[in-house]
Write a protein that binds this ligand. Structure first.
Ligand code: 3H9
Length: 698
């Protein structure tokens, strides 16, 4: 018998149990084991009904994603599914946890499905650049109709058991603790009530007479919201096949479409992103089980947009947080903004009115540092100035209890220098949240030169507790994310100076898949932020500081972006839509004239290469310097902090798909024509390009 799938009998019911931790993914051993166990059940004269269940925390969570991209070993999942579908004995799937992807497809091939109320079911393949490839696109519409099936398959979000029952995916939902018990009870009903076992593959009533307009409608919607994506469109094609072709032909069509998705670079990018997100939590040198410090009481310094958002992250996770400001007025303003945010979420139905009060109740405003004495973790989110931050940390050093973690939310400043303001640099760390902090999933944790191991492990653990994707990086100007963004920004400004328009630069970046371009993003964040930082760096005589440019000139005129109604673009009252502004065009033209620059036509290709390859080259330097331990950390930072399209896998993975020799050739070309340290090819890029490697090979 298989090591990962067992067969045993309880009374007159044969029980097939999958036991393949952590999530019972349908790898080759599980597939083989399922067929063997089914055969054992069918050959067992003492069993007249079979129950399929899974041990551990969840039902089967899908095909084993680690097998994708490798040669497929028989039996494939479609074959397993076909065997269950054709079983002469009724099979009941008993579901707990999540029945996802291939896991749900196996359940759909069973004759009945029961689930615990806490369970969820879904076909999330689209999120991995795939479509359900083991009959899911053909069976689900037969149970729930085409419209619901499209929503589930194209959307990819799992649905709770109660909703799945209403839709007709499940036959019974139970409140108990044990899916197996629920399955055994249902098997008894099948026996005593003689419930008819009709395979889903033979039920056509929900798809008969489907109006073809549904598909046209869906495609029109997708053309607007997901034009660049490959698999959602194939999902629609597959569901259409369910409604228009006989079952077996529909299955063949699904198979072809599944294989096309499997071959797509988007599939590779999304699966890289899936694993990278999970790998980022496993920091080299910080093995699982590294001691962490307890974090029960948090404090945040600064109730501005950032501080308020950070406080919300903790309150959302049920962790009490003190919010400190210097004046009552600033405190009131900050709390009012937090309340507005929560009320907006309640208005959208995301949280209840009771949640609003409960969460606000966890945020305790204060004007006194003395109230921070019992905090386990303090996060400073004050003004981005070294002087201000050092003063705050000196105070924290005085008032906080020994062992408290002292974190700074700085986005660029040197964490080691901030730590030097205290007598306990081992307790100081960076926790760089992204704006809006309560929404963005990235938490760039910055380990200083002297940050203790358990402090680094704790902030990574805190990231998980508050639902963020934590990435641990080292100290340098801008860390991983802003250091690379800085290079892209510099190129974008230069491209406009040379002749491109801001709108052209942004169009190329959104065409690549970013949700917004460089300049629309600057308008959102506020041009004044970068302008002040640039001014400070120039004053400090920093050799890497950017020379004065046309963007500074905009800022000098008070055009700070969306908040002032005008920045690189202009905004109509109440709208966030960036509109090209003739005034900005004239300002740029005047700037060029002053500098003696004759504008030239800049190609989209040049914009893409200069904006992205300069980041890849910088990313390679970040790896060389050990600021990021792995290329995947950089990819995760960019996907979750800056909207790099997940389907391209992040900048370093994408560079590998382009081919490192081609990237290097372009970097060398721009180095020859533009010069400057950003285009100085990274030694690591040169080596990997020469050896035919990729950044992920490190
Ligand atoms: C599919 O089914 C295709 C078929 O239609 C057709 C085939 C022909 N495979 O997320 P967690 C690992 S496509 C391999 O931290 P959670 C994961 O890497 C698949 N490994 O836990 C991690 O490993 P580690 C459709 C998997 O409790 C560990 O399990 N299914 C898989 O927060 C724990 O994961 C999906 O897309 C897998 N399928 O969440 C579901 N899934 O400990 C993808 C997880 O070494 N999975 N692992 O880091 C999920 O959404 C979540 O993992 C789940 C659990 C909700 C299940």
């Amino acid at each position: 018998m298989s090591k990962v799938v067992h067969y045993a009998r309880t009374g007159r019911t044969g029980v097939i149990t999958v036991e393949y931790p952590p999530v019972n993914a349908l790898g080759i051993d599980v597939r083989t084991g399922l067929i063997r166990a089914l055969e054992a059940g069918l050959a067992d004269d003492g069993a007249d009904v079979l129950v399929l269940t899974a041990a551990g925390r969840t039902f089967m969570a899908g095909a084993d994603i680690r097998e994708f991209g490798k040669p497929q070993q028989a039996p494939g999942l479609p074959e397993v599914v076909a065997r269950f579908d054709a079983s002469p004995k009724p099979v009941v799937a008993a579901i707990h946890g999540t029945a996802l992807g291939g896991g749900l497809e196996v359940a759909l091939a069973c004759h009945f499905r029961v689930a615990l109320r806490s369970a969820k079911v879904g076909l999330p393949e689209v999120k991995l650049g795939l479509l359900p490839g083991a009959g899911g696109t053909q069976r689900l519409p037969r149970l729930v109709g085409v419209r619901n099936a499209l929503d589930m398959i194209v959307g990819g979000d799992p649905v709770p058991a109660a909703a799945a029952l209403d839709m007709g995916i499940l036959d019974v939902v139970e409140d108990g603790e044990s899916a197996l018990e629920a399955g055994l009870r249902f098997a008894e009903r099948v026996r005593t009530e003689g419930l008819p076992a009709r395979p889903v593959s033979r039920r056509d009533e929900k798809i008969a007479g489907t109006d073809p307009a549904v598909f046209a409608d869906y495609r029109a919607g997708l053309a607007k919201r997901a034009a660049a994506l490959f698999s959602p469109h194939r999902c629609v094609d597959a569901v259409e096949a369910a409604a228009t072709l006989p079952f077996e032909e529909g299955l063949k069509r699904e198979r072809d479409l599944f294989l096309a998705c499997m071959d797509s670079p988007q599939r590779a990018g999304l699966i890289h992103a899936f694993f990278a997100e999970r790998e980022a939590a496993k920091v080299p040198g910080l093995p699982a089980g590294t001691a962490t410090r307890p974090v029960r009481q948090v404090a945040v310094i600064g109730a501005g947009t950032m501080g308020g958002g950070i406080a919300m992250c903790f309150a959302n996770a049920g962790i009490p947080v003190r919010l400190l400001e210097v004046t009552q007025e600033a405190l009131d303003r900050g709390l009012a903004a937090v309340r507005r945010n929560y009320e907006a979420s309640a208005a959208k139905g995301r949280i209840s009115a009771a949640d609003v009060e409960a969460r606000i109740g966890l945020i305790h405003p204060t004007l006194s540092y003395d109230d921070l004495a019992d905090a386990d973790l303090v996060i400073e989110a004050a003004f981005e100035s070294m002087e201000v931050k050092k003063a705050i940390f000196a105070t924290l050093d005085r008032v906080c209890r020994p062992g408290a973690i002292l974190a700074t939310n700085t986005s660029t400043l040197d964490v080691d220098e901030i730590a030097s303001a205290t007598g306990r640099p081992q307790d100081v760390v960076g926790m760089h949240f992204f704006s809006p902090a309560n929404v963005m999933r990235l938490l760039e944790n910055v380990r200083g030169r002297r940050t203790a191991e358990d402090v680094a492990a704790t902030v990574m653990e805190v990231a998980r507790r508050i639902g963020k994707v934590g990435v641990l990086v080292g100290v340098c100007y801008g860390f991983v994310g802003n250091r690379m963004l800085h290079q892209r920004g510099r190129e974008a400004i230069a491209l406009v100076e040379e002749g491109a328009s801001p709108a052209q630069v942004d169009r190329v970046l959104t065409g690549f898949g970013f949700p917004m371009g460089q300049f629309a993003m600057l308008d959102l964040a506020g041009i004044d932020v970068g302008w002040r930082i640039r001014e400070e760096r120039r004053k400090a005589g920093d050799p890497d500081a950017l020379a004065p440019n046309w963007l500074d000139r905009l800022a000098e005129q008070g055009r700070f972006g969306q908040k002032t109604g005008a920045g690189v673009y202009r905004y109509e009252a109440g709208s966030r839509k960036p509109l090209p502004d003739p005034e900005v065009e004239s300002l740029i033209a005047a700037w060029r004239a002053e500098k003696g620059i004759t504008p030239r036509t800049v190609s989209d290709r040049e914009i893409l290469e200069r904006c992205l390859y300069v980041m890849v080259n910088e990313g390679a330097k970040i790896l060389e310097e050990g600021i990021a331990a792995r290329a995947l950390d950089i990819d995760v930072v960019w996907i979750h902090g800056y909207g790099f399209p997940a389907y391209r896998g992040g900048p370093m993975f994408w560079a590998g798909q382009v081919g490192l020799p081609a990237v290097l050739e372009a970097v060398e070309r721009y180095h020859a024509t533009l010069g400057g340290s950003p285009w100085q090819p990274a030694a690591l890029l040169q080596r990997l390009a020469r050896e035919g490697g990729r950044f992920g090979d490190l």
